[in-house]
Design a protein. Structure first.
Length: 360
């Protein structure tokens, strides 16, 4: 099998390192808020999950860089009303999911499917309660994170089964890299696939767990409720792509709506940036309209549905806030929303680990 070429490496008009682009404020209106236990649980998880991260990267510097990205804070922003006995597991699932992505990403552009299949097998074992080997520390993190969630969902088995199915679907998708399809996907096709691959299902299922609600029947019955949920998923995809593309340019990472817009609509990077900002704002308005339809309809009389819909808003606003504060996308602790930016080389966690190993 020939070595595949990621789409972004052959995309015409890809920006060069050192080029500048203006990032406009997307103009999002939903306001974030923090879970009251966020700071305490962030501190706990920096200790509790550090051994898994260190075992994976085998580098103190890469481990420190990962912990500096404040990944668990994503949960503190996206689930601000999570029950007090569930927010630890929710925030830990942010580490489990992000590190899942970090585990598969280095394998993405290899022609050899076997490492992806092996990693997938370890993760699927973890999902089924089978302990992965010590050589697979990140699947072990998922293995150790899920049992309290399963126990707390004992009275809501449909939520647990849907959550497992969503995680399984995401894992299978991650082991079948989208990078090889990016030269043909339309924007609609990209969004549809990324709802699995980019944690949309994962995050919205955690909303039901966090609030202790079961939306299985309500989602099956009500198109407006499904539309709110889909818009929350799409907010994660679009806004993350908007803020993350700068670090993906030097890595030639193909998985970004920016590259689809450049290819499909014939835009240069600056034009694609403005277009993606507009799509972020349009999606937020779609979420708000669908939310209002749900709240004005029969389901809007149910306290569990109202709580669920309101919390989906925080997936949108919380994701957007995390994107402007995390070192995962910015090489600074300062909040960044808009302005001129320079496309610059930034080492990945694996790059940091490799350099640390060479220096040892």
């Amino acid at each position: 099998m020939p070595e595949p070429t990621p789409f972004a490496q052959t995309l015409a008009r890809m920006p060069e390192l050192g080029s500048k682009v203006h990032l406009p404020d997307p103009g999002l209106t939903l306001k974030p808020t923090w879970h009251p236990q966020n700071d305490a649980i962030e501190a706990r998880l920096a200790v509790d999950d550090r051994p898994y991260v260190l075992a994976h990267f085998r580098s103190e510097k890469a481990t420190a860089a990962y912990l500096g990205q404040r990944v668990p804070a994503y949960g503190g922003l996206c689930y601000p009303h999570a029950k007090a006995d569930r927010i630890y597991s929710v925030m830990r699932m942010m580490n489990a999911g992000t590190l899942m992505d970090d585990a598969f990403t280095p394998l993405e552009l290899s022609a050899d499917q076997r490492p992806r299949d092996e990693l997938l097998r370890h993760y699927l074992d973890a999902l089924e309660g089978i302990l992965p080997p010590a050589s697979a520390p990140l699947p072990r993190l998922l293995f150790d994170t899920l049992p309290p969630i399963q126990a707390q969902l004992a009275q809501k088995p449909r939520v647990w089964e849907r959550m497992k199915a969503g995680i399984r679907s995401q894992l299978v998708r991650m082991a079948d890299p989208l990078a090889y399809q990016m030269d043909t996907l339309t924007l609609d096709g990209y969004m549809d696939l990324r709802r699995d691959n980019a944690f949309g299902e994962y995050l919205t299922m955690l909303t039901e767990y966090a609030l202790d609600v079961d939306m299985t029947d309500a989602l099956a019955e009500d198109a407006s409720l499904r539309a709110v949920r889909t818009a929350a998923m799409d907010a994660v995809i679009l806004v993350n792509d908007f803020f993350s593309f700068r670090k993906e340019v030097p890595a030639r990472d193909s998985l970004n709506a920016m590259w689809v817009l450049m290819r499909e609509e014939g835009r240069d990077l600056q034009q694609a940036v403005y277009r993606l900002a507009a799509l972020c704002a349009r999606n937020e308005q779609a979420l708000i309209r669908s939310r209002d339809e749900v709240l004005a309809g029969p389901l809007g009389q149910r306290p569990d549905v109202r709580a669920y819909v309101r919390e989906l808003e925080y997936i949108s606003s919380g994701n957007a806030e995390w994107c402007v504060i995390t070192r995962r996308y910015h090489l600074s602790d300062q909040r960044f929303v808009s302005g001129e930016v320079t496309i610059a080389a930034a080492p990945t966690l694996d790059d940091i680990a490799a350099a640390d190993a060479r220096a040892a």
